[in-house]
Design a protein around this ligand. Structure first.
Ligand SMILES: NC(=O)c1ccc[n+]([C@@H]2O[C@H](COP(=O)([O-])OP(=O)(O)OC[C@H]3O[C@@H](n4cnc5c(N)ncnc54)[C@H](OP(=O)(O)O)[C@@H]3O)[C@@H](O)[C@H]2O)c1
Length: 340
């Protein structure tokens, strides 16, 4: 079997493919023939930026997100059987309840990931994938979609008629937009181009603000809510956007702290504390989500016939090109590496 291996900060030149003996599942483990995996911002942080908030072990098989079929099970496995279509969960030991450091081992970090032909996972570390989705579509779910689901549903209750603000058109934000529309909410999205604004509207965004041509976008967002502010923000920007996200939020609304696409190494903005306390806003930090949240999300995806947005699919042999494309091409939707 073949797998790619990386070291933190080593770049594409440091990414190598290796051949291994076939893995054999131990007690309560399952062997998955990976059919597709997908890239998220974390893969760019690990490979190119050399910075990631959780441990990344040397020579790890990268990529947290993947889907495939179970081809062998170890002793005592009861949750899945050979032939089942499954996706790995990013935190294979986080089953339910709040996130804890004890269950923080993650695929493509401290645990080998999914950029491989075969992956060995604990039986709790896989979930069945929705029947209407292909392996490529299912591979888009574990990190971006579960994070968006947790950000929307894991804190302040999301009610029909609420207004959700999404930032940019990255993987998490697109899923947040799609889920938010399933809940009957109004979505205001920001983005950097008119072309992407049109695509966001086609996906259901009720209003879109261009954050390049409208640098004070929080003012525009607040105006779009009649001055009240939005109920929920899916905050993926980080240091350069957090203060405006808070300013766009209503009193006692919630900002789900997801990411830092604007500058992962920057210090927190000094205005955050003042804006948060002045606005009486709750900040809630997100760490993807649990197995239970993944299962709940999959029910919503199935009931609503929701399809992940995919920008481009690369073959396994061209994984490096997939990374390069994801980094440079400003895709709209997930970049997938397929083995189908
Ligand atoms: N806490 C967690 O558990 C968790 C889980 C998943 C992801 N994350 C983090 O969440 C962030 C998003 O992840 P992702 O996988 O969705 O990333 P991604 O798909 O790579 O998203 C990139 C997008 O960010 C948008 N963007 C860049 N600068 C922006 C700005 N100033 N304002 C608004 N949007 C901006 C761009 O949208 P436009 O092109 O439309 O402008 C771009 O397409 C990353 O920092 C990632 O590390 C955290």
């Amino acid at each position: 079997m073949k797998s790619y291996h990386v070291n933190i900060g080593a770049g594409l030149d440091g990414m190598v493919m290796k051949e291994h003996d076939m893995l054999v599942p131990g007690p309560r483990e399952v062997l998955v023939r990976v059919r597709a995996c997908s890239l998220s911002f974390r893969e760019l942080m690990i490979l190119f930026l050399g910075f990631y908030p959780l441990p990344v072990r040397p020579d790890v098989i990268p990529v947290s997100d993947g889907a495939g079929e179970v081809v062998a099970v170890g002793l005592g496995v009861t949750r899945v059987k050979v032939g089942d279509r499954v996706a790995g969960t990013v935190f294979p030991y986080w089953l339910d309840g709040p996130y804890t450091r004890d269950t923080a081992a993650q695929l493509g970090g401290s645990h080998d990931g999914m950029l491989t032909e075969y992956a060995l996972l604990p039986e709790e570390g896989v979930v069945p994938i929705p029947e209407h989705l292909s392996f490529e579509e299912s591979a888009a779910l574990p990190c971006a979609a579960v994070t968006a689901w947790n950000a929307l549903t894991g804190g302040l209750p999301l009610l029909a008629g609420d207004t959700v603000l999404t930032l940019g058109s990255g993987g998490v934000s697109l899923f947040a937009l799609q889920f938010a529309k399933c809940f009957g909410t109004r979505v205001i999205a920001t983005t950097s181009s008119e072309k992407k604004a049109e695509r966001l509207k086609m996906l259901g965004a009720d209003a879109v603000v261009n954050y390049r041509t409208t640098p004070d976008w929080s003012v525009a967002v607040r105006e779009l809510t009649g001055g009240r502010g939005v109920d929920h923000v899916i905050e993926v920007g980080g240091p350069s956007t957090i203060v405006q996200s808070i300013k766009a939020t209503r009193v006692l609304g919630e900002v789900a702290l997801v990411g830092l696409v604007t500058d992962p190494k920057a210090s927190p903005d000094t205005g955050v504390h003042r804006a948060t306390t002045a606005g009486l806003v709750t900040l809630r930090s997100i760490a993807v989500g649990s197995r239970a949240q993944f299962l709940a999300m999959n029910r919503a995806i199935a009931v609503n016939g929701l399809k992940p947005i995919i920008d481009r699919v690369f073959p396994f042999e061209e994984a490096k090109a997939a990374y390069q494309y994801y980094q440079e091409a400003q895709p709209f939707g997930k970049v997938i590496i397929s083995q189908s």
